[in-house]
Design a protein. Structure first.
Ligand code: SF4
Length: 72
């Protein structure tokens, strides 16, 4: 089952870590805060396929702002 990943932007430290290590699902916006995406679309509401959820979970765990979340 897909899960939606998003960044709580107000808590993002602009460290670029998620965008650097998983650019397929994370990018920086014009204000240098991160957001999830799928090929530049579904901005900050990216549906992550089950097979890649572990990769995204790893970014969540490593994010210094603890600001990447699954939508429940
Ligand atoms: S890893 Fe976290 S704090 Fe760093 S850019 Fe990504 S969302 Fe922001």
């Amino acid at each position: 089952m897909e899960r939606i990943a998003f960044v709580k932007k107000e808590d993002c430290t602009s460290c670029n870590q998620c965008a650097d290590s998983l650019p397929r699902y994370f990018q920086m916006d014009d204000n240098d805060t991160a957001e999830s995406h799928i090929q530049g679309r579904q901005i900050n509401q990216a549906p992550i396929p089950e097979d890649d959820q572990r990769l995204v979970q790893n970014e969540m765990d490593e994010c210094p702002g603890e600001c990447i979340h699954w939508k429940t």
